[in-house]
Design a binder for this molecule. Structure first.
Ligand code: IPM
Ligand code: MG
Length: 370
């Protein structure tokens, strides 16, 4: 059996707490012999800044390049509000995404049957929901230059961010969207603001071209991103795969998370280009939620988004679809038993801690695998 190399980067806030549950899951795989993982661990974000005055070290970057998959917790917190912009915790995450070329960020929003009432939307609007937000992750306003604040000398300052997209960046993310849709319900909704932004005009044009050239069998529709956000809370089941840029994808995926009941439920996979020779791609797996400093250290965090992110690693990096299905079933089973972390609590549920939820899920895996 091949040994898969993992780099674990727990990060800040609740990151280490939810990563501990991934380690518990790795223990299950080691014990059962279902898969072999070799893990290394590193610092990222504020934790790394405290130790090394940077958000990620060159040594950790080198390990990330070598790993078969990076498993990422969360970064950031008020403790680091005043550190230099280039060394802020988020810079570590953005460098990993950029340097590893992880342009395709897959954020599935799935409503588990037991949680249909945890959403702020009505049960009928979200019950059975299964959609994907596909976010472009290495371009747009996150990385565009210039990105500056200039003192104008008259008591005023000017801040500039640059939104920039080249044809190839839109083509490759569109292709990932169409490929995903073909294996799902065959529909892609592309979101941009072509009524205001030049990048939106090009985005729309290129998505149309890729569709006409290579994916005529997939249903394609376009929405302005603001209207798309509205539709996402009005009737989310109309969507299958939503493909959008880096900034809109950041916002729309937080909205999609709340459809599922909590930010603590949404996993994500960030993938690079397929290497023709090795047939592998660089990949990082991270929950959509952040470091949640308000509840850090209290054992209250929901580990499901982190565990489900690891499930995506099983599926996308290690071709272990069966094991990923097993993990999904174990999560559903733990929820069906009425176990809830505080973020998804409901009137007659049992409130459990991060580690109790993790232990229950791994326990369900043992039961289901037996
Ligand atoms: C996310 C986060 C990050 C982002 C932050 C932590 C930089 O919000 O992954 O959605 O904006 O991409
Ligand atoms: Mg975000």
């Amino acid at each position: 059996m091949a040994t898969h190399k993992l780099l674990l980067l727990p990060g800040d806030g609740i990151g280490p707490e939810v990563m501990a549950e991934v380690k518990r899951l790795l223990g299950f795989f080691a014990k059962t012999g279902m898969a072999a993982f070799a893990t290394e661990e590193g610092l990222v974000g504020g934790a790394c800044y405290d130790a090394h005055k940077v958000a990620i070290t060159e040594e950790t970057m080198a390990k990330a390049h070598e790993a078969d998959a990076v498993i990422f917790g969360a970064v950031g917190g008020p403790k680091w509000d005043k550190v230099p912009f280039d060394a802020r915790p988020e810079a570590g995450l953005l460098r990993l995404r950029k340097d590893l070329g992880l342009f395709a960020n897959i954020r599935p929003a799935i409503v588990y049957p037991a949680l249909a009432d945890a959403s702020s939307l009505k049960r009928e609007a979200v019950e059975g929901l299964d959609i994907v937000i596909l976010r472009e992750l290495t371009g747009g306003v996150y990385f565009g230059e210039p990105k500056t604040i200039t003192d104008l000398g008259n008591g005023q300052k000017r801040a500039i961010d640059t939104q920039v997209y080249d044809t190839y960046e839109i083509e490759r993310i569109a292709r990932v969207g169409f490929e995903l849709a073909r294996r799902r319900r065959n529909k892609v909704t592309s979101m941009e603001k072509r009524n205001v932004m030049k990048t939106g005009v090009l985005w729309h044009e290129v998505v149309e071209q890729v569709h006409a050239r290579e994916y005529k069998d997939v249903q394609l529709e376009h929405m302005l991103a603001d209207a798309g956000g509205m539709q996402l809370v009005r009737w989310p089941k109309q969507f299958d795969v939503i493909v959008t840029d880096n900034l809109f994808g950041d916002m729309l995926s937080d909205i999609a998370a709340m459809l599922t009941g909590s930010l603590g439920m949404l996993p994500s996979a960030s993938l690079g280009e397929l290497d023709a020779r090795s047939k592998r791609r660089k990949a990082m797996y991270e929950p959509v939620h952040g470091s949640a400093p308000d509840i850090a250290g209290k054992g209250m965090a929901n580990p499901i988004a982190m565990l489900a992110s690891f499930g995506m690693a099983l599926r996308y990096s290690f071709n272990m679809g069966k094991e990923a299905d097993l993990l999904d079933a174990a999560i559903a089973a733990a929820l069906a038993k009425g176990l809830r972390t505080a973020d998804i609590k409901s009137p007659d549920a049992t409130i459990v801690s991060t580690s109790e939820m993790g232990a229950a899920i791994v326990g369900e895996m043992e039961r289901l695998a037996a």
